[in-house]
Design a protein around this ligand. Structure first.
Ligand code: GLA
Length: 541
């Protein structure tokens, strides 16, 4: 343990006197609708799409908020001599505009599909010969104009099989397509990047949502894998941009508890909700779950935040997010048990920044659970989740921020750069995760954009770090370099270093990095305010 200040200060929570009002401008919530891929793959046609659109309305799903009908891969016909794309002659004999018009006539929005490269995924994986040369590559303006202006589609999913075949650079490629979309003048079009891994922070400049995993299938293994992929990506969602956990497999044979996990976690993690089953034969229990208005409200919450992992409990995770207003008195929590044995949760409410009397409501089962006391104590069965809305009397000032909640501007999950900054499992780290490969250049930092201080002033910042040779750590607060420490060396384990910093009242941006060499790996930071001094000047855990 290394202290740069003689005094260590305890991390006591300060009470926030009043919740902050939501000051966010209205943002687009995650997309809700239906997509053809999961059930039908490339075997789609006009009648089928129209029947599903009718069923969406008839089943009450439109009323519940599902507004998009997305035609996925499989509609491509051929390009004519001018390069213009035509719809598949037998699947869509009347073209694609009539399909969009029909969808619109029901008061719904229409979605379409393409690829960033030359060939579609269906041409590779589903032997759809018409998908060869059907991608946007070399036809950006022509195809985009056709799909969005002449045919009138409102959403476009842009896949990457063809892009990968051509070895294209993702950011440059999607930017070129984005420019073609902007050139149509249609600023209401929702863009989805389908690169099957978190593509990088640039995605937010151009897309409403981006996939973070390979394709979902109707199995528990797949649902669990995708949740796992998204657990530490909360920093990248927000402001109307979302991590896309892929289309829903509800109504396609998962067990009821698995469906609850699937839908509940997609909702609390603010993923788009695109139903993927046959809506004419959907089992009643699946339909009821998809229409659960309390879970839908959680997904469509005006703050548009993704829940983050606040605590690990054995093999389980407690995730939390603000709902309604930031730093207010209501939060949503998920107690998620992905394992095959029961998991005992015991989560102090102070760890969720909630104080005073705290009551809970079960959003899956629509039940009031009453006063929780000081700790959430529950057994959660295997492969299950509890999703609650918590209402507290007090909001506590946070004192600890995990690296797995942090924003890493240079992070992507494309696997191209061996020196990539990334979140890494680490047994010795709090929460079991640290961030590795920090520094080396000014822009490769770890950032907490909203370190909250009610009163502002002089604080201590304690950084938990790891490295096995001497490294330098630079601390920047609100754009100002406030500390730099050389020769940190934790000899491979996790150690701490404490420096003084100044915070202003409200939110502060705290960055850790090293402009020219590697910084240590980062586990978490803790902040302590002057009035949390105890008499002996020790840090109290
Ligand atoms: C990829 C995508 C899927 C689907 C298919 C279509 O696999 O990830 O969601 O769109 O292509 O071929």
């Amino acid at each position: 343990m290394r202290h740069l200040l003689l005094a260590g200060w305890m991390g006591a929570a300060l009470l926030a006197s009043a919740p902050c009002a939501a000051q966010n401008a209205k943002i687009d919530p995650p997309l809700m609708g239906w997509s053809s891929w999961n059930t039908y793959r490339v075997n789609i046609n006009q009648q089928l799409i129209e029947k599903q659109a009718d069923a969406l309305v008839a089943q009450g799903l439109k009323e519940a908020g599902y507004l998009y009908i997305n035609v996925d891969d499989g509609f491509f016909g051929h390009r004519d001599a001018t390069g213009e794309m035509h719809a598949h002659p037998t699947r869509f004999p009347n073209g694609m505009k009539v399909v969009a018009d029909y969808i619109h006539s029901l008061g719904l929005r229409a979605g379409i599909y393409s690829d960033a490269g030359g060939n579609t995924c269906g041409s590779i994986w589903d032997n759809d010969a018409n998908g060869v040369g059907a991608g946007l590559y070399g036809h950006e303006r022509q195809d985009i104009d056709l799909y969005l202006k002449r045919w009138g589609y409102d959403f476009i999913k842009i896949d990457y099989c063809g892009g990968q075949e051509l070895g294209l650079d993702e950011e440059r490629r999607y930017e070129a397509i984005h420019q073609a979309i902007l050139a149509t003048g249609r600023h209401d079009v929702s863009i989805n990047i389908c690169r099957w891994a978190f593509p990088g922070t640039w995605a937010r400049r151009m897309a409403r949502s981006w996939r973070v995993s390979s394709d979902i299938n109707p199995s528990w293994k797949s649902v669990k894998y995708i949740i796992d992929k998204n657990l530490y990506l909360s920093a990248y969602a927000g402001g109307g941009h979302y991590n896309d956990m892929d289309m829903l497999e509800i109504g396609r044979g998962l067990a009821p508890n698995e469906e609850e996990v699937h839908f509940g976690m997609w909702c609390i993690m603010s993923s788009p909700l695109l139903i993927g089953c046959d809506l004419t034969t959907i089992p009643p229990s699946s339909l009821t779950l998809l229409k659960n208005e309390e879970l839908i409200a959680l997904n469509q919450d005006p703050l548009g935040l993704q829940a983050y992992v606040a605590a690990r409990q054995g093999k389980g995770y407690a995730l939390v997010k603000d709902i309604g207003s930031k730093r207010g008195l209501t939060r949503a929590v998920a107690l998620y048990n992905p394992s095959d044995s029961a998991c005992r949760f015991s989560v102090p409410l102070s760890q969720l920044e909630l104080g005073g009397k705290v009551t809970a409501r079960d959003l899956i089962h629509h039940q009031e659970l009453g006063d929780l006391g000081h700790t959430i104590t529950r057994m959660v069965p295997p492969r299950s989740v509890l999703i609650w809305k918590l209402t507290a009397e007090q909001r506590l000032e946070p004192t600890s921020y995990e690296a797995e909640w942090a924003y890493l501007p240079c992070y992507d999950d494309l696997g191209k750069n061996p020196k990539q900054i990334h979140y890494e499992r680490s047994a010795g780290s709090s929460g079991g995760i640290k961030v590795a490969n920090v520094g080396g250049k000014p822009e490769n930092y770890v950032e907490w954009p909203e370190v909250y201080s009610q009163k502002g002033g002089r604080y201590t910042l304690t950084v938990s770090y790891g490295c096995d040779k001497p490294r330098r750590l630079e601390v920047t607060v609100n754009g100002e370099r406030q500390a730099a420490v050389d020769n940190l060396d934790s000899k491979g384990s996790i150690d701490t270093v404490t420096v003084p910093i100044n915070l202003r009242p409200g939110y502060n941006q705290v960055r850790l990095g090293n402009n020219y060499g590697w910084a240590p790996d980062i586990d978490r930071i803790r902040i302590a305010a002057p009035d949390s001094h105890n008499r002996k000047g020790e840090i109290r855990e």
